[in-house]
Design a protein around this ligand. Structure first.
Ligand SMILES: Cc1ncc(C[n+]2csc(CCOP(=O)(O)OP(=O)(O)O)c2C)c(N)n1
Ligand SMILES: [Mg+2]
Length: 578
C-alpha cells in the first residue's frame, strides 16, 4: 500500500468531509498536514494570532452550517488558541481543532524540561466537547472519525484532535477513506411524528402561543421553516441573544432581545411557548418570573437531550433537529384550525406596544452634534448596507448601541459572542465571514478597547483580499466599565452630571490611537469621521473600495456611556425573584 503521513491521513478525511478551508498559522511541527492540504487543494488561511483562527472557523461554521476547521502548533500556538476554544465552545459553533504536540518520547509520559510542551489534551479537554491525543499512527483515521462523530452529535461545539509531531510527519500506510455517512450522523435527527401531532394540537388550541428561538435554530438553519410556522400560528417569536437572526426582523412577528419590556410582555402573556434550540439561560432570565409566566405550557425542541428542562421545566419535550421538526410541524398545522381573530388582535396589540417603545430611540438620531452620538454608526449602516450584509458587533457599550439600532433583515447575518462577551473576537469573526461569503458585504462595529486586542489582523484582511469594513467606535475608554464604575461609585453625581471627572473611576481611560492611520500602514484604506453627516459618504467609499477599510469614528465620550437598556442588562445578571 502507498505511504503517506499522519497528517496526510487526517487530510484524506477532511477532503472526504468536503472541507475547503482550514484556518491557522503554519509551523514546521505539522508539515505532514500542510503538505497534504496543499496536495488536496484545501486552502490554508492564516491569521496572525491562533485565537483568531478559532473565531474564523467558528464564524465560518455558524454562517454556512458546515464544519469550521482550525489548526495550532504545539505549545505556544495551542496556548494562544485556548481562549478561542473556550469562546467557540460557549457559543456552540461546530469547530474541529487539530494541533501538533511534541514527539511521543517526550509527551507520554511527560519527562519534564521539554521545550514547548504542556499537556494539551488535559488543558483543552474540560473546555471542549471532546479532546483526544493520537498515540499510534495507524489509529489516526479512527480517532479523526471519532472526533467528527462527537462533533455531529448533540449541541455543536469544539472537538480537538492532538497529534504528536512524529506521528503527524512520520510515514504512515494509506488507509481506506470512508464516506461520512459510514461513521457519523449525516442526516438531521427527525422527531417522533406522534409528538409533532401533539405539539400541533397544543399550539393550535392555545389562546396565545409564542415561539422562543435560540442559537440552535440558527445552527439548524431553520430560518424559512420558522417563518412558515410563526405565520401559520400568527405567533410572536422572541429570540434569545444567540438566536437573534433566526428569523428576519422584517417580519412584525419577531421580537429581538433589545425589545426588552415587549419581550417580557410576550412571555408573560403566552399560554403555550414553543422553545426551539434554546437552554433559556441567564440572558433569558433563566425562564423565571416576573419575566416568564409560571403557569404556561412549555414545549421544548432540542437536538441535545441534556438541554431538555435544564433551566425551565417542560411539559413536552421533543429530541429533534429544529429544522426537521418545524418542517413536520408546518405540515401538521395545515389540518388544524386557523388562528382566531381574538389571537390576531392580541398579537397586533403586542406588536403596537413594541413599536411604540422603539420610537423612544429616535431622539438619539436627531442629535447631530460633533463628535457624534454612537447611534449614528449602526443607523447609517442600516441605510447604506445591503439587506444580506453580514454584521459583527463587538465591544462593551458599542455592541449595545449596535444591537439596538441594527435590524437583522436577512436571517443569520449577525455575529457576536452573546454567550461569552469576548472583546476582540469580532475581528476574527469578520475575517471568517468574509471567507464564508466573499461576495457579500461584511461590516464589523467594534469598540476601541475590543479592536485593540487584535488590530494586526487588518493585515490578514489585506493579505487575504477580504472586503471588510471595520467601524472602530473611538471613545478612548473602556466605556461599559466606566459606566458601571461611575454608577457604583458616585450614583447621584453621575445622574446629575452625566459623566464624572477623569480621576473618579479606576483606570478606565484609553489613549489615542489613529485607527485609520494604523490601517493605512497595513495596506488597508483608512477614514476618520466625527461628524454624523460625513459618516454616510465615508461608508459608501468604504463599500466601493476593493479591499478592507477601517473607519475611525469619534463619538461623544459622555453620551456613549448612556447606551440604551443598560439598566435592564444589569438586572439580567441578577437572579430573578421567581
Ligand atoms: C477579553 C475581555 N476582557 C475584558 C472584558 C470585560 N469588559 C466588558 S466591556 C469592557 C469595555 C469595552 O470597551 P470597548 O471595547 O472600548 O467598548 P465601549 O464600552 O467603550 O463601547 C470590558 C473591559 C471582556 N468582556 N472581554
Ligand atoms: Mg471604548
Amino acid at each position: 500500500m502507498a505511504t503517506t503521513t499522519g497528517g496526510g491521513l487526517i487530510v484524506d478525511i477532511l477532503s472526504a468531509e468536503g472541507i475547503e478551508k482550514v484556518f491557522g498559522i503554519p509551523d514546521g511541527t505539522y508539515m505532514g498536514l500542510l503538505n497534504a492540504l496543499e496536495t488536496r487543494g484545501i486552502d490554508l488561511v492564516p491569521p496572525r494570532h491562533e485565537t483568531t483562527a478559532l473565531h474564523m472557523a467558528g464564524a465560518y461554521a455558524r454562517l454556512t452550517g458546515r464544519l469550521g476547521v482550525a489548526i495550532a502548533s504545539n505549545g505556544p500556538g495551542v496556548a494562544n488558541a485556548l481562549p478561542g476554544v473556550v469562546v467557540e465552545q460557549a457559543e456552540g459553533n461546530r469547530v474541529l481543532l487539530i494541533t501538533s504536540s511534541r514527539r511521543t518520547g517526550i509527551t507520554a509520559p511527560d519527562r519534564g524540561g521539554a521545550y514547548q510542551y504542556f499537556d494539551q489534551v488535559a488543558t483543552i479537554g474540560p473546555a471542549a466537547k471532546w479532546s483526544e491525543a493520537a498515540r499510534e499512527v495507524g489509529r489516526i483515521p479512527a480517532l479523526a472519525r471519532t472526533a467528527l462523530r462527537a462533533s455531529y452529535t448533540g449541541r455543536p461545539g469544539v472537538v480537538h484532535l492532538d497529534v504528536p509531531e512524529n506521528l503527524m510527519n512520520g510515514k504512515a500506510r494509506e488507509a481506506p477513506v470512508l464516506s461520512p455517512d459510514r461513521y457519523r450522523p449525516t442526516t438531521p435527527l427527525a422527531p417522533d411524528p406522534a409528538a409533532v401531532a401533539r405539539v400541533a394540537d397544543l399550539l393550535a388550541g392555545a389562546s396565545l402561543p409564542a415561539i422562543h428561538a435560540g442559537g440552535g435554530a440558527i445552527h439548524a438553519q431553520a430560518h424559512e421553516q420558522l417563518a412558515t410556522v410563526a405565520e401559520a400560528l400568527y405567533a410572536p417569536v422572541t429570540t434569545s441573544w444567540s438566536g437573534r437572526g433566526a428569523m428576519s426582523e422584517a417580519s412584525p412577528l419577531v421580537w429581538p432581545i433589545t425589545a426588552i419590556e415587549a419581550t417580557t410582555k410576550v412571555r408573560t402573556s403566552a399560554d403555550v411557548i414553543l422553545v426551539l434550540g434554546a437552554r433559556i439561560g441567564e440572558t433569558d432570565w433563566w425562564g423565571k418570573a416576573p419575566y416568564w409566566s409560571d403557569e404556561q405550557t412549555i414545549i421544548q425542541i432540542d437536538i441535545d437531550p441534556s438541554s431538555i428542562g435544564r433551566n425551565k421545566a417542560v411539559d413536552l419535550a421533543v429530541i429533534s433537529d429544529v429544522k426537521v421538526f418545524l418542517e413536520a410541524l408546518a405540515a401538521e398545522l395545515k389540518s388544524r384550525q386557523a388562528p382566531s381573530d381574538e389571537r390576531r388582535r392580541r398579537v397586533d396589540d403586542l406588536i403596537a406596544e413594541r413599536e411604540a417603545d422603539a420610537t423612544k430611540l429616535t431622539k438619539h438620531l436627531e442629535d447631530q452634534s460633533v463628535p457624534m452620538n454612537t447611534a449614528h454608526v449602526p443607523n447609517t449602516c442600516m441605510k447604506v448596507l445591503d439587506e444580506d450584509a453580514i454584521f459583527v458587533t463587538d465591544g462593551g457599550n458599542t455592541a449595545v448601541w449596535a444591537n439596538f439600532f441594527l435590524r437583522v433583515r436577512t436571517p443569520n447575518t449577525l455575529l457576536a459572542t452573546p454567550h461569552f462577551g469576548m472583546l476582540g473576537a469580532g475581528v476574527g469573526q469578520a475575517l471568517g465571514a468574509a471567507e464564508a461569503f466573499p461576495n457579500r458585504q461584511v461590516c464589523c462595529i467594534i469598540g476601541d478597547g475590543a479592536f485593540g486586542f487584535h488590530p494586526q489582523e487588518i493585515e490578514t484582511a489585506v493579505r487575504n483580499g477580504s472586503r471588510i469594513v471595520f467601524l472602530v467606535v473611538s471613545d478612548r475608554q473602556w466605556g461599559m466599565v466606566k459606566m458601571t464604575q461611575s454608577i457604583a461609585r458616585h450614583p447621584v453625581k453621575m445622574m446629575i452630571r452625566k459623566q464624572l471627572g477623569d480621576d473618579e473611576t479606576i483606570n478606565t481611560n484609553l489613549g489615542e490611537i489613529g485607527y485609520d492611520a494604523m490601517a493605512r500602514s497595513m495596506g488597508a484604506a483608512g477614514e476618520r469621521v466625527a461628524d454624523p453627516g460625513l459618516l454616510r459618504p465615508a461608508l459608501e467609499r468604504a463599500l466601493a473600495h476593493d479591499g478592507c477599510t477601517v473607519i475611525h469614528v469619534d463619538v461623544d465620550r459622555a453620551k456613549h456611556l448612556w447606551a440604551p437598556g443598560l439598566m435592564h442588562f444589569k438586572r439580567m445578571h441578577q437572579e430573578p425573584g421567581g
